[in-house]
Design a protein around this ligand. Structure first.
Ligand code: ZN
Length: 194
């Protein structure tokens, strides 16, 4: 428990001043908190390192946080999970998105749980609090991309997966489109988002 609260305080400070992309501009920390909440509340997983890594999952990618800080404060296991779910921000966005789909099958079980929680919360935000400047097409593409990443790691946690699937059905109705089940990554159009 201690470690979890330490992680919450650490991540809250690191994400200070950052807001979610949605029009409500909610504090960014609401996102990692929601990911951990999904893993516990829906996924029924109470593993300490998994939940700590869920809280910290965007610190290396999106804040000035070094791997050394995480390993020193939370240990090597937590660091390795956080690194698994961190994109390399020096690559262009479309390359990063493609790599997430390609690398998903190599993720460890804790990292897969975080991926499910991450995509559920992000897709939920796309429906409940969409970024003001995103076109309908871009919102649709985001849901499709989340679906494509998670398609590679099905069989991780049934309750999280059915939560995501319900969300996708809702998105199809509200954003008026149909999810495509691409047979291979090469069939997916990797056009820049507009
Ligand atoms: Zn995230």
């Amino acid at each position: 428990m201690d470690e979890l609260f330490d992680a919450i305080i650490f991540a809250t400070k690191k994400h200070q001043g950052q807001v979610r992309k949605g029009a409500k501009h909610l504090p960014y920390i609401t996102h990692p908190l929601a990911v951990a909440q999904l893993i516990v509340g829906i996924g029924k997983v109470n593993d300490r390192d998994t939940l700590t890594a869920a809280i910290l999952h965007d610190t290396i990618e999106d804040t000035i946080t070094t791997p050394e800080e995480i390993s020193k404060l939370f240990g090597e296991e937590v660091l390795s999970i956080v690194l698994e779910v961190s994109d390399n921000k020096s690559l262009p966005r479309e390359v990063r998105k493609k790599l997430q789909v390609e690398h998903a099958p190599q993720l460890s079980y804790p990292a897969r749980l975080i991926k499910w929680g991450d995509k559920i919360d992000n897709c939920r935000d796309i429906l409940n609090d969409p970024p003001e400047d995103w076109s309908l097409k871009r919102l649709q593409n985001y849901i499709q991309w989340g679906f494509d990443v998670l398609a590679k790691i099905r069989g991780t946690n049934a309750p999280l997966e059915s939560t995501f699937d319900k969300l996708v059905r809702k998105a199809e109705k509200e954003l008026e489109f149909k999810i495509k089940e691409f047979g291979s990554i090469n069939e997916r159009p990797w056009a820049p988002e507009k």
